[in-house]
Design a protein around this ligand. Structure first.
Ligand SMILES: [Zn+2]
Length: 80
């Protein structure tokens, strides 16, 4: 489940820890920021999917990119 993140432009991949050869003792599911090589483990697929959608909450470098304006998040226009 690899996909580019709409907000940060980084590639965030969701892995099943054991199948991917990651440390499954830390959590059954792993979410990886491929751009910054940051891994976060989660006990449930639901949690992993939730954080996959916003890497700026757990990847410091994604957060820095968002804050620093290095990426251009798509703004939602309020105009009809
Ligand atoms: Zn990142």
């Amino acid at each position: 489940m690899r996909r580019g993140n709409r907000r940060t432009g980084t590639v965030i991949t969701l892995y099943h820890s054991e199948q991917a050869g990651l440390d499954s003792t830390q959590g059954e599911w792993a979410v990886v920021c491929e751009d910054h090589k940051v891994t976060q483990y989660h006990p449930t697929l639901m949690h992993a999917r939730m954080v996959q959608s916003d890497p700026s909450e757990w990847c410091e470098q994604c957060l820095a990119a968002v804050k620093g304006g290095n990426v251009q998040p798509r703004r939602v226009s309020a105009r009809a």
